[in-house]
Ligand binder design. Structure first.
Ligand SMILES: NC(=O)c1ccc[n+]([C@@H]2O[C@H](COP(=O)([O-])OP(=O)(O)OC[C@H]3O[C@@H](n4cnc5c(N)ncnc54)[C@H](OP(=O)(O)O)[C@@H]3O)[C@@H](O)[C@H]2O)c1
Length: 251
């Protein structure tokens, strides 16, 4: 990516694989100093100079606060964060496991809140900064098998809407990223055809471009997003008829 980007220093979580890893690589190639977080220190080791690995479990609020302090003392004020740490497991209706639901909410939603709490006061005190997190088009509506995952992503979209107007008054921009299907370890476990499947480098490119434009919502691929928005707008009887006929029958 040759374009000049508006950030000097960024923090990316979920950085060891998939979309987060590609975001780190593209920010680094554009000259941004990047701190990269995931639980596995080993997987964070391969980025080379220009990226500071910060191993971290986002469910640990104290570790998130310590990470933000360490990044700012080593790299300088953080201008951009992309919180992408996430987990997904499909749910079968005959094996509803509350522990899986709690783990998914703790990682995907509370993990973002923990990181947000670590950086937002620092950015608001400076009167500038950009905070983003990766939700999903799965947060637009309830979908089969996504009973543990979808609610965490709906919560992340709602969280962004809650905070964006007030944070903007403090000089801090909030963005929510809603990808469709992207070919990563997270989706490799899906046993169905994923429509409009995108590669992670393209997802990262669209994410960074949207963030550089300062957009509130960055959702892709566009055609899939339009179809899902139309589906979401249908009255429930039609919505469920569509899901039963085209999603469940295809599964
Ligand atoms: N792929 C898709 O189709 C898709 C679509 C929409 C949204 N998303 C979202 O995009 C984000 C990235 O997903 P991906 O597809 O790139 O998945 P991925 O390749 O499986 O990456 C997930 C990342 O999160 C890290 N992680 C998981 N639990 C963590 C924890 N407790 N603390 C810190 N890091 C943790 C993983 O590293 P460690 O295991 O080393 O911690 C890894 O770096 C997720 O939020 C996902 O929900 C993905």
């Amino acid at each position: 990516m040759a374009q000049a980007l508006p950030w000097k220093t960024a923090w990316v979580t979920g950085a060891s694989t998939g979309i987060g890893r590609e975001i780190v690589l593209q920010l680094m190639a554009a000259g941004v100093k990047v701190a990269a977080s995931a639980r596995s220190a080993e997987k964070l080791g391969g980025f080379g100079t220009g990226v500071v690995p910060i191993p971290l479990d986002v469910t640990d609020a104290d570790a998130c606060a310590a990470a933000a302090g360490r990044i700012e003392s080593e790299l300088g004020p953080i201008d951009l964060v992309v919180f992408g740490a996430g987990t997904y497991a499909p749910v079968a209706i005959d094996s509803i496991d509350p522990k899986l639901f709690a783990h998914t909410m703790e990682t995907n939603y509370i993990g973002v809140v923990n990181c947000l709490a670590a950086v937002a006061p620092r950015m608001m005190a400076r009167g500038k900064g950009q905070i983003s997190w990766i939700a999903s088009v799965a947060g637009f509506m309830g979908l089969p098998k996504a009973a543990a995952y979808g609610p965490t992503k709906a919560a992340l979209i709602n969280l962004a809407e809650c905070l964006a107007p007030e944070m903007k008054l403090k000089g801090v921009r909030i963005s929510v990223i809603n990808p469709g299907f992207v070919a990563t370890p997270l989706t490799a476990q899906n046993d169905f055809d994923m429509p409009f499947l995108m590669q992670p480098d393209e997802a990262a490119r669209r994410t960074i471009a949207g963030l550089a434009e300062g957009r509130f919502e960055i959702a892709y691929p566009r055609r899939f997003v339009v179809i899902l928005r139309i589906l979401r707008a249908l009255p429930y009887p039609l919505f469920f008829r569509f899901i039963t006929r085209f999603v469940l029958k295809a599964a």
